[in-house]
Design a protein around this ligand. Sequence first.
Ligand SMILES: Nc1ncnc2c1ncn2[C@@H]1O[C@H](COP(=O)(O)OP(=O)(O)OP(=O)(O)O)[C@@H](O)[C@H]1O
Length: 271
Amino acid sequence: MLTIKGLSKTYRTGDSALKNVSLTVPGGQIIGLIGPSGAGKSTLIRCINRLVEPTSGQVLLGDIDLTRLGGAGLRVQRRRIGMIFQEYALVERLTVMENVLSGRLGYVPFWRSWTRRFPGEDIQRAWALLDRVGLMDHANKRADTLSGGQRQRVGIARALAQAPELLLIDEPTASLDPRTSRQIMRLLTELCAERQLPAIVNIHDVPLARQFVQRLIGLRAGEVVFDGPPEALDEAMLTHIYGEEEWQTNAPEEDDAPPAPAMPEARALAS
Ligand SMILES: Nc1ncnc2c1ncn2[C@@H]1O[C@H](COP(=O)(O)OP(=O)(O)OP(=O)(O)O)[C@@H](O)[C@H]1O
């Protein structure tokens, strides 16, 4: 469970990017974070993992307040947070398997990470994850030979290899075509449900968010102005959140692609 209490951020420039944001994300729930450019979505995500220092407030992962930690304590707690990025952030010249294993780097001793000798159980976990995200047959390919959707699947497997207790997902589909975007969103929602992971996904595409996410948070000028299910997000509320900015990027369509396979052994690993 993630609990955010009274979180505020004012940058040195005087920009008040977050104003007293409070919310709770229980395990298994994905929150879709929506709002116009400059609303504070990235700032919120970055304050949670302390890439940006909050000005005030608390961020509790379980019962540990991340805002009170520094140095080694923060490094240890950051292992509990998996990140998934718009541009995947893969190491291009490494294989798919090596990229997934890099999710374990925070756990292995320095000499092992230097020589890339990972424990057997890490390798087994990586295989199970590759199976779950549908990339078993691509394990030995270089990351730079993959399609965008495949790369994002590697990014997802790498984040899960970390055995995170929270996922922070920044614009996961912004570089993908509509159909691949739906496949990735479906995979993310399934994985969070299977592993009972709380997650926050920063997403520009409101129709896509509505299709896959059960709870949306609307940020406007650093404040939460909507917190509810997609059905409650009507045209008037969208106009309130976005003002004049366009929110519709991809029209929702039925997807004929089958859902990603749910491998029983990957489920067992997660439990
Ligand atoms: N490093 C920074 N220094 C000063 N001000 C910043 C910094 N980063 C963001 N801001 C300001 O904080 C506010 C929120 O920005 P943020 O990037 O969090 O919004 P966003 O909702 O993620 O926008 P976008 O959708 O365009 O990425 C904006 O007014 C922005 O100009």
